[in-house]
Ligand binder design. Structure first.
Ligand code: NAP
Length: 387
């Protein structure tokens, strides 16, 4: 029997992640994982990953190995983006100190991609965590892929950089790796995240998204961000940017809600056709304690099909939900502030779902949105008053 298994996380248009493992390295995975969980030593998971992946590689190839390269996709501007990212948005009642601990743990475990936003109000804590991990020698700045987002109250072109400068100051960084338009909805500038009038109606702003995008392009040109992209955009929003006369940079990615109950198949196909990476948030079905979440939706991680597939592979439903996205060529974000689950969620590179598993998971689609999108599709929103 051939002792080598080759994992190609390879979709039709060439998002590629290949790792090579021997049959017996599967049992070593478990043994090594057990050791990692016992010792919890700094950066052990990095070494575990490198150890497993480098198993069938010649020494000179191994020299180039690092988790950033191994588990990353190439963006349309040439930069690399790790396929698994730590989410950092938590219900407002969760103390901010938790995110600092979570980011430090995640970096120790091997995560190199951290997702945040101006809106989350946690960038000081994340910055502290990153700097502590740089100071103790676990990582260098260039090992980390950090994302922030511009909120709708900063969509006027002159404010796009202001928001990024604020994030950078809080983080103590000179650049971010990815700067996203958080929502395709401009809101009246000011202190309030969701400005409302005396009748409780949201106050929108009349900013053309293309003007916001040009300001994003300037941030990239200034070196304040390596890449620029969008979030919560539908096909129409994306086309608006892609068809903009004089477009300098395409969005590298579109970060959207995506999980087996909302597989975003059509948007994924469209994004792939434009060389735009789709990034999945709420990949585990989010946290029902969050303010904006629709509490009437079924709980994804309790789904019987997902649980059956997980049991078959000796994995958890969360690991299967994440692996599902990776095998479809998506980048997946996952939030946990719990040490055990941060580690668990990272163990998704050493098993493979079968085509039948993938089909069953794809069949769970119910177009369920945990985050309602009425806001984006609000009839009053001026973006839709196009001539
Ligand atoms: P998520 O990652 O799908 O789920 C987070 C929830 O799952 C938390 O309650 C977490 O609890 C729990 N969890 C984590 N690992 C688990 C495991 N192995 N088993 C069981 N439960 C587990 O949801 P999300 O935070 O909404 O989305 C992820 C990230 O995407 C966010 O943090 C944020 O960075 C980003 N996001 C972006 C947007 C946007 O508009 N662009 C919107 C939403 C989210 P514990 O912490 O206790 O483990």
């Amino acid at each position: 029997m051939d002792s080598t298994r080759r994992f190609h996380f390879c979709s039709s248009d060439g998002f590629k992640l290949t790792s090579v493992m021997t049959q017996w390295s599967f049992s070593l995975t478990a043994a090594f994982g057990f050791l990692v969980s016992l010792t919890k030593s700094s950066c052990t998971q990095d070494r575990a990953l490198q150890f497993l992946i480098s198993f069938n590689k010649k020494p000179e190839e191994c020299k180039e190995m690092n988790p950033m390269k191994v588990c990353s996709v190439r963006l349309n501007d040439g930069h690399l983006m790790p396929m698994l990212g730590l989410g950092t948005s938590a219900p407002s009642k969760v103390p901010k100190s938790k995110v600092e601990e979570a980011v430090k743990t995640a970096i120790d475990v091997g995560y190199r991609h951290i997702d945040s936003a101006y809106l989350y109000q946690n960038e000081e804590e994340i910055g502290r965590a990153i700097w502590k991990k740089i100071a103790d020698g676990t990582v260098k700045r260039e090992d980390i892929f950090y994302t922030t987002k511009v909120w709708g109250t900063f969509f006027r072109p002159e404010l796009v950089r202001t928001s990024l400068d604020t994030s950078l100051r809080k983080l103590g960084l000179s650049y971010v790796n990815l700067y996203l338009i958080h929502f395709p909805v401009a809101l009246k500038p000011g202190e309030e995240f969701i400005p409302k009038d005396k009748d409780g109606e949201v106050i929108f702003d009349t900013v053309d998204l293309c003007a916001t995008w040009e300001a994003m392009e300037k941030c990239k040109d200034l070196g304040l961000t390596k890449s620029i992209g969008v979030s919560n955009f539908n096909r129409r929003h994306l086309e608006r940017i892609l068809n903009k006369p004089g477009l300098k940079y395409k969005p590298v990615c579109n970060q959207v809600e995506c999980h087996p109950y909302l597989n975003q198949r059509k948007l994924l196909e469209f994004c792939k056709s434009k060389d735009i990476i789709l990034t999945a948030y709420a990949a585990l079905g989010t946290d029902f304690r969050k303010e904006w979440v629709n509490k009437n939706c079924p709980v994804l991680l309790k789904d019987p099909v997902l649980n059956a597939i997980a049991a078959k592979h000796g994995r958890t439903p969360a690991q299967v939900a994440l692996r599902f996205q990776l095998q479809r060529g998506l980048v997946a974000l996952v939030k946990s502030f719990n040490e055990k689950r941060i580690w668990e969620n990272y163990q998704v590179f050493d098993f493979q779902l079968t085509p039948e598993d993938m089909e069953s998971l794809d069949g769970l689609n119910k177009n369920i949105r945990y985050f309602p999108d009425e806001f984006v599709n609000h009839p009053d929103y001026p973006f839709f008053d196009e001539n």
